[in-house]
Design a binder for this molecule. Structure first.
Ligand code: ATP
Length: 329
């Protein structure tokens, strides 16, 4: 195969590039100069292209095209490379680029999740409406940094500071479950890749100190890492149904809809309801916990299969069947 799989050297690049190699592709990592050694160290990239800052990403495009590259996006590529650059990329891009328009804005995400008929936390338009525990989030993918909880308008006012760009969301008491899906265009099927939960500072450390010390400490949700998770098998039918509905709704809002990897971020309550609070329309870093495989992907494919490798498998099958156009967006 004379195609190359390329991605930006951060986030889930190790997984994407290793998976591409497992499927027989050559690989390129586009890295910030001070990150390049990591990709050299792990030997996942046949070629490393160094840039000084993510703003320079567009300067490597001709190089990528010359190498017959297919660009695999991940959250950091979307976050760090300016939207204008992504929109106008000439290098083939894996996935539906237009779905990013729906993913990048909480209000549009909400329309999508509502269309899919999912349970979603209530939004409070004005702090004066706060009548229960809420989580206050800031815009942009900040990885949970600076988020805070409040029970009343007064508490909100005390904690909000000068920021005006926030959303006030009902806090669902339950446990976080991040569901990793993969929709295959080539096989016409939704696959379950796995589940993770996040390890966040300082909220996951609060339980390590006595209750009297906890009082007065504000919790924050800065993501530091992820844990693998296995769900009760009796919940899997619901998990599949939810995923199918998201795919169907995405076709209505943004044809041909979502395909490839995506993740639904949920809270599961004690009555076993899934509340979706966010959707990520591409590979999430939580899949890194299954860099070799998840049990579900192993069952499905009969061999180790990470989400990164699953992307490469999809691209390989598309090339072999002359259907590459169908998975580039
Ligand atoms: P992104 O995935 O775009 O980076 P983020 O990490 O900045 O988003 P979220 O994923 O929205 O932020 O939330 C951070 C944390 O807050 C997660 O641990 C999540 O479990 C928790 N959380 C978010 N929304 C709610 C909610 N409505 N109820 C309970 N917990 C929530």
């Amino acid at each position: 195969m004379d195609y190359t799989i390329a991605t930006l050297g951060t986030h889930s690049a190790l997984q994407i590039l290793r998976g591409a190699k497992d499927e027989g592709f050559k690989t390129i990592a586009v890295c910030k100069r001070d990150h390049a050694f990591v990709y050299r160290h792990f030997g996942v990239a046949d070629t490393i292209i160094e840039i000084n800052s993510y703003d320079e990403f567009h300067t490597v495009e001709d190089d990528l095209i010359r190498n017959n590259a297919i660009l695999v996006p991940h959250a950091s590529l979307i976050a760090y490379v300016p939207p204008k650059t992504i929109e106008s990329l000439r290098v083939p891009y894996y996935g539906n680029r237009r779905i990013l328009f729906w993913e990048s804005d909480r209000d549009r995400q909400r329309i999508w999740l509502e269309k899919a008929g999912l349970n979603i936390p209530k939004i409070f338009k004005d702090p004066s409406e706060i009548d229960r525990l809420v989580i206050v989030k800031f815009h942009g993918p900040k990885g949970g940094q600076g988020y805070f909880l409040a029970r009343s308008e007064q508490e909100f006012m005390r904690k909000i500071g000068v920021s005006k760009d926030y959303v006030i969301q009902e806090y669902i008491i339950g446990i976080p479950v991040y569901i990793h899906y993969f929709y295959s265009v080539i096989r016409g099927e939704l696959e379950l890749m796995g589940f993770d939960r996040r390890y966040e500072s300082n909220v996951d450390g609060i339980g390590r100190i006595p209750a009297e010390v906890q009082q007065g400490i504000d919790v924050t949700y800065t993501i530091v890492g992820n844990f693998p998770l296995f769900l009760r098998e009796s919940l899997l039918p619901e998990v599949f149904k939810i995923g199918e509905r998201i795919v169907e709704a995405s076709r209505e809002i943004c044809s041909p809809g979502i395909y490839g990897p995506f993740c639904l971020e949920t809270i599961v309550t004690p009555d076993l309801k899934f509340y979706a609070f966010e959707i990520s329309a591409r590979i999430v870093a939580g899949t890194n916990v299954f860099m070799e495989t998840s049990p579900y992907a192993l069952l499905k494919h009969g061999k180790p299969m990470s989400t990164g490798r699953r992307i490469a498998l999809e691209i390989r099958e598309a090339i072999e069947q002359g259907r590459l156009e169908e998975i580039l967006g």
